[in-house]
Design a protein around this ligand. Structure first.
Ligand code: COA
Length: 397
């Protein structure tokens, strides 16, 4: 087949998937055929994780047994917590999470067992333990005692419990659960692609998850909701919103939380979240922040050139105020994205392995050809080309 150049792979189909479907022009996202809006309104993160992995919604009995399975795996090996305590408190939580998810492998005797059954068990462990690692690192860096997970709670309830040491209200845990449902999968996004590249080499699931976290960390992928919140805090109040946004637009600066590579219509994940964000903000005394968000949306969408470009609020725009209202520090927002996407990453890895092919595109070589080799001592420069040799000798002498 002739090679074609497609930088960014925007016009390349690199995998088949049964997990999620996106129609960016119409603003559609489905998980296994179910519209994201109906899933966000009616399901839990546990239910959606099962859906992504199994390809159908669970029965009541299946869901209960799956929840038991996940809850039995909330706790992490104490040696992982010992390692956590050696990470500098100033480390970014996403960096800490990358290290800690990788460390889980050392304490899992099945880490290198590539059988479907072992991969399924490891997927459960990864989804169950990721929130525990995030909450534990946040407590540690604040000098607070780490809170043990509570296996009677859902993933969302348990995370808020471990983070704050207090029982969350139903509205708070539901708000977090909705965010987890909305971020669980999204086609072949950059971090999912990275996870599939790693597992396709027949590496292990922990390595694939670690790769994915490193990829999600980048501001072009997972960091936008933090930047939305920073923008809202910088604006400060409703009356300053209009001049701030119009000024940014006049300077041709981007408004964080708007636009999407795939969606050129309203991001379907943002519609329900918008109503939910209002409720949570109102319950937690953060309504002014929500009102600022609404005002920003009105101003941005009133610009004819913005609408022509198909720029609308994306999922990050309203998840920012939701996370903030739940009391999460700004630098934990991307970690929550990782906790949710872990279900999609592991699901994609299992799917990749079921019909595996090494993912190995080509690069267009743009360098020179046919150069004649020149020995090092004939390449010019000063004679001190061997300081490392003499340096090494003086150290060992
Ligand atoms: N605010 C203002 N203008 C924007 C914009 C935004 N948030 N996002 C895109 N645009 C404009 C660009 O300036 C560009 O205009 P031009 O054609 O006049 O130069 C045009 O829309 C296309 O932008 P481009 O960067 O080519 O689109 P993309 O599909 O590659 O980018 C994003 C998608 C997400 C990277 C981009 O919309 C963005 O940076 N958004 C803000 C960050 C964000 O919210 N990211 C989270 C995504 S879930």
């Amino acid at each position: 087949m002739p090679l074609t150049v497609d930088k960014g792979l925007a016009n390349t189909v690199a995998a088949d998937t049964r997990l999620s479907f996106i129609d960016g022009a119409k603003g559609v996202l489905e998980y296994v055929g179910y519209d994201i809006d109906s899933l966000a309104r009616n399901t839990t993160f546990e239910e959606v994780t099962w859906l992504l992995w199994e390809g159908s919604l669970p029965t009541n009995a299946q869901l209960q047994s799956f929840e038991r399975e996940l809850r039995a795996d909330y706790a992490v090996d104490p040696r992982v917590l010992d390692l956590l305590r050696t990470i500098p408190r100033t480390a970014a939580p996403m960096d800490a999470l990358r290290t800690l998810v990788s460390a889980l492998a050392h304490f899992d005797s099945e880490a290198d067992d590539a059988s479907p059954a072992a991969n399924r068990r490891k997927s459960v462990r990864l989804v169950a333990k990721t929130p525990t690692l995030i909450a534990a690192f946040d407590r540690f860096r604040k000098g607070k005692p780490i809170v043990e997970p509570d296996a009677t709670l859902t993933i969302a309830q348990n995370f808020l419990w471990m983070l704050t040491g207090q029982r969350p209200t139903d509205a708070m845990s539901r708000a977090l659960d909705v965010c987890l449902v909305l971020h669980a999968d999204h086609g072949l996004n950059a971090s999912t692609f990275a996870a599939r590249v790693t597992i396709a080499t027949q590496s292990d699931l922990y390595s694939a998850a670690t790769t994915a976290i490193g990829t999600l960390k980048g501001p072009l992928h997972g960091g936008a909701n933090q930047e939305v919140m920073e923008m809202l805090l910088e604006i400060g109040s409703l009356d300053k919103t209009e001049p701030y946004i119009l000024g940014k637009l006049a300077r041709k600066e981007r408004i964080m939380g708007f636009g999407h590579r795939v969606y050129k219509a309203y991001d379907p994940r943002a519609t329900y979240l918008k109503t939910f964000a209002k409720q949570v903000a109102s319950d937690t005394g953060n309504l002014p922040l929500y009102e600022m968000s609404r005002r920003i949306e009105e101003i941005v969408l009133a610009q004819p050139n913005i609408r022509e470009k198909g720029i609308f609020p994306n999922v990050d725009f309203y998840s920012a105020t939701t996370y903030y209202s739940l009391g999460l520090d700004l630098d934990l927002f991307t970690c929550m994205f990782a906790a949710s996407r872990m279900s999609g990453w592991t699901g994609h890895c299992i799917e990749q392995l079921a019909a595996n092919k090494l993912i190995r595109p080509h690069a267009d070589y743009t360098g020179p050809h046919g150069l004649e080799f020149v020995p090092r001592n004939q390449r010019g420069g000063t004679a001190s080309t061997s300081p490392s040799v003499s340096g090494t000798m003086s150290v060992t002498a």
